[in-house]
Design a protein around this ligand. Structure first.
Ligand code: TYM
Length: 334
């Protein structure tokens, strides 16, 4: 029983990395296999780091429209907002009570902030860390375990969280009996972590993203802003360390990649490489961009779609949650 599940945090406008790393492989798998699919907007995850309600709302609309413009069929896939399925929050607590603090101490997301604080010589290494951030992987485990997901398509940066979900599931099963299915991360072969404008991982938190459906003019400008090095035209360039090449590769066919690689070795000028990358991506994305711009005109329709998805999700969630309650001893007395 293959069940595919993945989510996107609603704190920003979807970028090339989100699309290549998660949205595109998830949609492709939903179109080509008989697996059941659950795709959702992780809006309770959003409030962990973002305390700007307007930004979260705008992001939720943009992310929902991106999934739909990308070809997700809401009749085939269970497509919903995390917050419309309150059972997930209830499951989070049950899981919190079997999760070792030591496991959470190892989470990259939390450790990253501690590290930054230490490097900045902050008096308190926990500065700015909420309990939400600390236990973030438990909420994510609840998302996954709730629907007995077997396959979780994500970018490499999320693999640790899926492994933690497995650990938490195993712990619960060990204490209370077989309840949860152990999930596996699925990382698309082409789904290397895309780097952003400045060469660091493309990420909302670094402000270095290229929005997937940016309008054509701005899109061209952003591609031109991608940091390269100072090698002159005619000097061979190394594709494997190049942000621009990485972005191209995530959107090009194997034979296009081979010929771009050759052009790098022959010393293509940066301006020319950027022009080719822009043209290729623009061509590939423009129909979807038009569809996206249509969809965001009608948020009420998107809400309806999400609510229908949540109804389906809640039916399943209710069944699993009552199993969990019974397992731990929280059940009617009679
Ligand atoms: P989020 O919102 O940070 O990212 C969404 C998805 O996009 C992938 N991704 C990337 N892939 C390639 N290159 C990049 N530069 C890049 N940036 C992001 C991420 O790996 C992710 O797959 N915690 C999750 C959301 C979540 C979730 C879940 C995912 C909540 N519950 C349950 C799967 C299952 C997150 O913050 O992703």
């Amino acid at each position: 029983n293959k069940t595919v599940l993945t989510g996107i945090t609603t704190t920003g406008i979807p970028h090339l990395g989100n699309y290549a790393g998660a949205i595109r492989p998830a949609i492709e798998s939903s179109q080509t296999t008989e697996a059941r699919s659950f795709f959702f907007l992780a809006d309770y995850h959003a409030i962990i780091k973002c305390h700007e309600p307007a930004r979260i709302r705008e992001s939720a609309l943009a992310i929902a429209a991106t999934w739909l413009a990308g070809g997700l069929d809401p009749n085939k896939v269970v497509f919903y907002r995390q917050s419309d399925v309150p059972e997930i929050m209830e499951l989070t607590w049950a899981l919190t009570c079997v999760t070792a603090k030591g496991l959470m101490n190892r989470a990259h997301a939390y450790k990253g902030v501690v590290q930054e604080n230490v490097e900045a010589n902050a008096v308190d290494p926990d500065k700015g860390i909420t309990m939400g951030l600390f236990s973030y992987p438990i909420l994510m485990a609840a998302d996954i375990l709730m629907f007995k997901a077997t396959h979780v398509p994500v970018g490499k940066d999320q693999i640790q969280h899926i492994e933690m979900a497995r650990d938490i599931a195993q712990r619960f099963n060990h204490i209370f009996g077989e309840t949860f299915v152990l999930p596996e991360a699925v990382v698309d072969d082409a789904g290397m972590i895309l780097k952003g404008l400045d060469g660091r991982k493309m990420s909302k938190s670094y402000n270095n993203t290229i929005p997937l459906f940016e309008d054509e003019k701005k899109f061209r400008k952003l591609i031109n802003k991608i940091v390269t090095n100072s090698l002159e035209p005619g000097e061979p360039k190394d594709p494997d360390t190049c942000t621009l090449f990485g972005i191209y590769s995530a959107f090009a066919s194997p034979s296009d990649i081979v010929s771009m690689r050759k052009q790098y070795q022959e010393g293509i000028a940066w301006g020319e490489a950027k022009k080719q990358v822009f043209e290729h991506l623009n061509e590939l994305l423009k129909d979807k961009r038009d569809a996206y711009n249509q969809l965001i005109q009608d948020p009420a329709e998107i809400d309806r779609t999400l609510r229908l998805g949540a109804d389906k999700a809640r039916q399943e969630a209710a069944t699993l949650l009552s199993q969990v309650r019974r397992a731990v001893g929280i059940a009617p007395l009679a």
